[in-house]
Structures are given as C-alpha cells and as structure tokens.
Design a protein around this ligand. Structure first.
Ligand code: SF4
Ligand code: SF4
Length: 281
C-alpha cells in the first residue's frame, strides 16, 4: 500500500474511498483557490518541469535533499497515482457525476485541445468542482473555440477511458490539496508533464499503481505488441526464449500492456506480493 493508503484510506486503496471525492472538501477556501490558480497558468507547470533539468546539475546530495523536500510538498498539494482500468471502473461505480475538460498539460506541450481529463464529483452535475471551473475565465477551458465543460454519463466516461486504454494512455488520479481527488487523467510520456517529471527527471509526482504486471511465458508468443505501449521502459525481450519479460522494479502497474496482448498473457499482481517491487512507489 502506498503512503496515501495508510494516511487517507485506512489501510485500503485511498482512491476507492468516497470521502476523498466529497463535495464538502471544496468548501475549503485554500483548496478552491488552488484549483482556481491551477488552470489559468498552464505555462507555470511546464516551467516547473523544465526547471528540473537544473536540479540534475546540482551535486548528488543537494539533488537528493531538494527532491525529497519538493516531493513532500507536492504530495501535500497535487499528487497522483497510476490506476488500472478495473480500479477506474470501481471509482465510477460510486461517484455521482463526471465532467470532461481539456488537458492542461497538452494545452501547454502540444498547443491543442485534447480532452483527456475527467473531473469527478459525489454531487450531481459536477458539483462544486464544475462550478469552480465555470468561474475560471480561461479560454482553453471555457472559450468559444472549445467544447467547454462536458457533462458525461458514467457509461460514456467508461467507454471513453477504455478507448484511451486502447490508445496506450495510462490512467491516473490526482489530488488538489490532498486528500481531495479532483479527477482522472489519461497520460502519455510525450505530452504529459507529470509523466515527464516522474519518468524522465526521476522527480516523482505520482505513485506507481498498487499492482505489478507479470507475463505468463506459457501463453506469450513473443509478438512484442506489449512493448510498444509500455511508457515506463519496464519490458524487455529475450532472444533466447523468444518471450517478453517485465522488470517488476520498473513496472508502474498501469496494465496497458495487458490490454495490448491478444494472447491474454499478462496479468496484474498485488504489488505487496511481489517482493522486489513491494516497497517501490
Ligand atoms: S503482447 Fe502478449 S504475446 Fe505478445 S510479446 Fe507481449 S506478452 Fe507476449
Ligand atoms: S510493464 Fe508495467 S508499466 Fe509497463 S505497460 Fe505493463 S503494467 Fe504498465
């Protein structure tokens, strides 16, 4: 279990706790202000990730101390976790409403509106979260050239997120002033700032999933379709056995490789049961 499960989930998966999505948490002015500040300045997020290059130039001990402190701070305000599709389904079972908005990261990194972000609420019609977004005067979220705030049914949301799964995108939940969870994003390393920070710069802004993937060598035919979609560099191919293998120490447990495998060779195991990965977050 990750640290948030202990702190915000009573030892169970924290993102499956309905209280962490409660509308009442948005009565907190600091949280509201954080949300109001988050969307209008996407370039700040990009600058933040770009500045991580400078961190790499610092001496090792300075790098480690700064990273530790900054990650702790990030965990307090805006932190994520990878969730496989079955846990996305569980979340959608209990939330009441969903709104879809343009992705902040893609707006900055590729300069186009890509609708990969889903705000979740325990209240009808997107609750206070949708209200806050409506109040933000930001063209890319609400302007005439965008689709604005889309209300989606849970069935539509699940279908859209399953489509993202087939695109090879990794599902993640995100807090706004932890433990409030604002929504689910669908990330890829080329366009998503959070994945760039976590994977490219080794500056984690999200936990790995509570799972680790494993290949059943008896079913694997060595086609390597799974390797095309792993965004974490966790898969390798053995020329000797003509099978794919997963390095559990690098696996984020997103399950995207599982969907890409036509042979059903890949399954997700509870991270706690895989000793080499149990304490890797
Ligand atoms: S996609 Fe499936 S069958 Fe193909 S290499 Fe990967 S695990 Fe093996
Ligand atoms: S090997 Fe792990 S990180 Fe890579 S796609 Fe599969 S589950 Fe995700």
């Amino acid at each position: 279990m990750c640290d948030f499960c202990h702190k915000h989930g009573e030892g169970k998966k924290w993102y499956l706790e309905a209280t962490n999505y409660a509308d009442e948490l948005l009565s907190d002015l600091k949280r509201r202000n954080q949300l109001k500040d988050f969307f209008p300045h996407p370039e700040r997020h990009k600058r933040g990730v770009d500045s991580l290059n400078r961190l790499h130039r610092a001496p090792g001990f300075v790098q480690r101390a700064l990273t530790w402190g900054l990650v702790k701070r990030q965990q307090k305000y805006h932190y994520g976790q990878v969730v496989p599709i079955e846990d996305v389904e569980r979340i959608l079972d209990f939330v009441t409403s969903v709104v879809r908005v343009a992705c902040v990261c893609r707006h900055t990194t590729i300069g186009s509106e890509q609708r990969y972000c889903y705000g979740l609420s325990m209240a009808p019609n997107g609750g206070q979260l949708a209200q806050i977004i409506r109040e933000i005067d930001v063209g890319y979220l609400t302007g005439p050239d965008t689709k604005g705030l889309e209300m989606l049914s849970k069935a539509e949301t699940l279908k859209a997120i399953r489509d993202h799964e087939h695109e090879g995108l990794c599902h993640t939940v995100w807090t706004f002033r932890t433990p409030f969870i604002g929504g689910i994003c669908n990330c890829d390393r080329s366009d998503c700032l959070a994945m760039q920070a976590t994977v490219k710069h080794q500056f984690p802004v999200m936990f790995r999933a509570e799972y680790v993937a494993r290949v059943n060598p008896d079913l694997c035919n060595g086609c390597r379709q799974c390797m095309r979609v792993c965004q974490f560099g966790a898969m390798g191919y053995s020329a000797a056995t003509k099978k794919t293998v997963i390095d559990a120490r690098r696996c984020y447990g997103c399950g995207i490789c599982r969907t890409a495998c036509a042979q059903n060779s890949i399954s997700l195991l509870d991270r706690a049961l895989v000793s080499v990965a149990a304490n890797l977050w």
